[in-house]
Ligand binder design. Structure first.
Ligand code: KIV
Ligand code: ZN
Length: 512
């Protein structure tokens, strides 16, 4: 079977999506999970885009072993040099450089003639190859390019040293037959094509990203670019989990295989959703909450008689075990540790001990602790940053005929404590304002989302916030059976990310 290279761009194209920005620690967590998932290439970012992007690409390159680590760069010398600086310490670095080849991009965006584009692409691939043995060239907007010109560019960049050539459907315009035809045309029309891997990169504007990617694999593409949960520019990129499970479930149809450990898909999905704050739609293929739920009686009956009646893949194959024992306050450490492993989490002993203590606290409040509760706890731990401010206590006074008031007391990491009172439009608004007074920064709340982790009156509330300060955005999340507390914790965790990043917290706002 042909082995398809899985190129994950969650940290680059995925992160470019509105509201999907991640900080350095979050990117490292995601990169480590991608390595556990067994992706072949991690595109860690676009090194020249900002100092923060550069730092996160470099940290992923330094710390994550296994996959090739790539940085994107425009086809410009300074971009390529910066990309190389960021990835050079990787075990296996790759420079990924791109230049548009479609008439509309060349004329209106690049303001370059086709021959100038060709010359620039060749010169920059040559420059990249002088730095790095592994160079990918993307002909941006390839699916809307003149195929004759596209083939000329591909032949020339392979001659200049490109080891992978990417044929992006940048605007999600292609349809499967046509896109497969383009891949075939490249295979047949580019004389030196055997010297490079053909890659595909599809956007989902018409909901065809996965279908196009699979059609291209059928036509001979050797690498597929995708993101966890399909996050990415506009309607997103091809979803990694859908491609992986289509190839696995219909192996005889595609005749290809991947190096993925699909049992890590569920953990990857919840991690990405948690760090970006972007939820997965319930009916999303493979990783949606309902993807393995059978509601209709007739379906339930069929599945009970034989799973194959309505199930084409098992929940276990993506890391979602079933028929699990219910965990409660009498469950021991062994059962808890086993459940963590079943859910696809690899945590060290110290973290497992902390999680077990948290689990016991929760089990005291709730009759049973579900897998969703445990996942939420692990997400909380994975995304935790060192606390600059810790919530000591809060009191709210609220009702239908009074103005909501909140008193919040925070402890600063240097030991000082502050308490402030604020009124607001409801208890959460009042509490956030009290925190703002203590922190003393102009913080804009851009997004706030509150949901129950499970059903039931005793469900935990999970709050997610995105705040903006000084032009930068920070995500936070909080978990509690009390929804005001969950919201305060989420707000505070975003502020802690901000404080850690700025490194500017000197405790100047403390009272004692
Ligand atoms: O969509 C696209 O064309 C891209 C390239 C930079 C690979 O993301
Ligand atoms: Zn893209």
């Amino acid at each position: 079977m042909r082995r398809i290279t899985i190129f994950d761009t969650t940290l680059r194209d995925g992160e470019q999506a509105p509201g999907c920005s991640m900080n350095l620690a979050e990117k490292l967590d995601v990169a480590r999970q991608l390595a556990r998932l067994g992706v072949d290439v991690i595109e860690a970012g676009f090194a020249i885009a900002s100092p923060g992007d550069f730092a996160s690409v470099r940290e992923v390159a330094r710390n994550v072993r296994g996959p090739i680590i790539a940085s994107l760069s425009r086809a410009l010398e300074k971009d390529i040099d910066t990309a190389w600086e960021a990835i050079r310490e990787a075990e296996r670095p790759r420079i990924h450089t791109f230049l548009a080849t479609s008439p509309v991009h060349m004329e209106f965006k690049l303001k370059m003639k086709p021959d100038e584009v060709l010359a620039q692409a060749v010169a920059m691939v040559r420059h990249a190859r002088n730095l790095c043995g592994d160079v990918e060239f993307s002909a941006e907007d390839a699916s809307r390019s003149d195929p004759v010109f596209l083939c000329r560019v591909i032949e020339a960049v392979i001659e200049a040293g490109a080891t992978t050539i990417n044929v992006p459907d940048t605007v999600g315009y292609a349809i499967p037959d046509e896109y497969a035809g383009l891949i075939r045309r490249i295979r047949e029309g580019v004389p030196n094509i055997a010297k490079a891997v053909i890659s595909v990169h599809c956007h989902n504007d018409l909901g065809l990203a996965v279908a196009n990617s699979l059609a291209a694999i059928g036509a001979g593409a050797g690498q597929v670019e995708c993101t966890v949960n399909g996050i990415g520019e506009r309607a997103g990129n091809a979803a990694l989990e859908e491609i992986a499970m289509a190839i696995r479930t219909r192996a005889e149809q595609f005749g290809v295989t991947t190096g993925l450990d699909t049992t890590q898909i569920h953990a990857a999905s919840i991690l990405v959703s948690s760090v970006t704050g972007v939820r997965v739609q319930p009916n999303k293929a493979v990783v949606g909450e309902n993807a393995f739920a059978h509601e209709a009686g007739i379906h339930q009956h069929g599945v009970l008689a034989n799973r194959a009646t309505y199930e084409i893949m098992t929940p276990e194959s993506i890391g979602l075990p079933r028929n699990r024992m219910v965990l409660g306050k009498h469950s021991g450490r062994h059962a808890f540790d086993d459940r963590l492993v079943e859910l696809g989490f690899r945590v060290d002993a110290a973290s497992a001990t902390r999680l077990f203590a948290e689990f016991k606290d929760l089990a005291d409040k709730k009759k049973t602790v579900s897998d969703a509760d445990i996942e939420a706890m692990v997400r909380g731990m994975q995304t935790q940053v060192p606390e600059v401010y810790r919530l000591e206590r809060f009191t709210i006074n609220s009702g239908s005929s009074i103005t909501a008031t909140s008193t919040v007391r925070l402890v600063h990491r240097d030991g000082g404590e502050s308490e402030r009172v604020a009124v607001g439009d409801g208890p959460i608004d009042a509490s956030f304002k009290a925190i703002d007074k203590i922190v003393g920064k102009k913080i804009v709340l851009e997004n706030f989302d509150l949901s129950a982790v499970t059903g039931g009156k005793d469900a935990q509330g999970e709050a997610r916030v995105r705040i903006e300060h000084g032009g930068r955005r920070y995500n936070g999340r909080g978990l509690s059976t009390d929804i005001v507390e969950a919201s305060l914790r989420a707000y505070l965790s975003a502020i802690n990310v901000l404080e850690n990043e700025e490194g500017s917290s000197d405790g100047s706002h403390r009272d004692s």
